[in-house]
Design a protein around this ligand. Structure first.
Ligand code: RIB
Length: 302
């Protein structure tokens, strides 16, 4: 079992089902709505724990029902919550609209997440003791940059899921990713931060700084770029997706847990793709995260 420390957000998601996502200026009627635990940090921490990693979580909640529910849920999953602080601001929320094909659009209301902007001595100690540190950018780039530096200095593997894509100058972006071992982005994030005319050239330009760049490509699977070489392209499972919300976060959490338990990049990549595919079969983010058994059984059949 490896140890993963996740630095990231907690959100209470309002999931809204629509026939078609609204275009700018358009109003649409929902087919239904429900609540579920979400936030990229929380979902990635749960995914890592369900895969079997000993998982610690540096995060923040408000002193409200959403925060208390999230904490109780994380504890049920076996995620360590001693480094989750309390804020006077409300726990983060998100509206996740999903259309009939399973595609979504997400609006995040950061709330307490915006106040996680630096690491404590206890956070640094947990990072030093981890095999892998995994972070996203819903708490902003300041705490992420600090966590990247702290982990890199301690020789801990650093995985950054650059979501949502940061609005940084080229120098600040390089400063964020130069000590990252594995950068995970989806196509849109890759184009936005890589700045190239297409996904491949953008990923190659990012791979000049991070040790490896993984681009998730939805139903088309993903591509792993290292240095100048040809990328390793692997497919996703052929599934009838009902909701893609949890796919990326399950991918990242399982990827981190697999690296933490000593697997090679290629193996972690393959297991993460299986996890992401399974996650599209269930509505919601945290609820859709598969167990280790589901992932191993499914990947054994490939
Ligand atoms: O990656 C999906 C997540 O993005 C949702 O759970 C939502 O809370 C936002 O963080």
């Amino acid at each position: 079992m490896g140890t993963v420390v996740v630095v990231g957000s907690i959100n209470a998601d309002l999931l809204v089902r629509v026939s078609d996502l609204p275009a700018p200026g358009e109003t649409v009627l929902a087919l239904g709505a429900t609540n579920a635990a979400g936030g990229k940090g929380q979902a990635q921490a749960v995914a890592a724990a369900r895969f079997g990693a000993q998982t610690g979580f540096i995060s923040i909640i408000g002193d409200d029902a959403d925060g208390h529910d999230a904490l109780a849920g994380l504890q049920r999953e076996g995620v360590g919550t001693s480094l989750v602080r309390r804020s006077r601001a409300r726990t983060g929320r998100a509206v996740v609209a999903t259309d009939a094909s399973g595609e979504n659009s997400i609006i995040v209301i950061p709330g307490a997440n915006a106040e996680l902007d630096s690491l404590t001595t206890d956070d640094e100690k947990a990072i030093h003791e981890a095999d892998v540190v995994l972070m996203q950018l819903e708490n902003g780039t300041k705490v992420a940059t600090e966590a990247v530096r702290c982990a890199h200095k301690a020789g801990v593997t650093v995985i950054l899921n650059a979501a949502p894509p940061p609005d940084l100058s080229p120098d600040a972006l390089i400063d964020l990713i130069r000590d990252v071992d594995i950068l995970i982005v989806n196509e849109g994030e890759c184009l936005r931060i890589g700045g190239g005319p297409d996904v491949d050239s953008s990923a190659r330009s990012l791979a000049r700084f991070a040790r490896a760049v993984v681009v998730t490509l939805g139903a088309a699977g993903g591509a792993l770029f290292r240095g100048e070489g040809a990328p390793l392209r692997l497919p996703a499972l052929d599934v009838d997706a009902v909701d893609t919300t949890g796919a990326g976060d399950s991918f990242c959490g399982v990827f981190a847990a697999a690296i933490a338990e000593g697997r090679a990049l290629e193996s972690a990549f393959q297991l993460a793709l299986v996890a992401g595919s399974i996650a599209t079969l269930t509505e919601g983010n945290v609820p859709s995260s598969p167990t280790r058994e589901q992932i191993m059984t499914t990947s054994g059949r490939l």
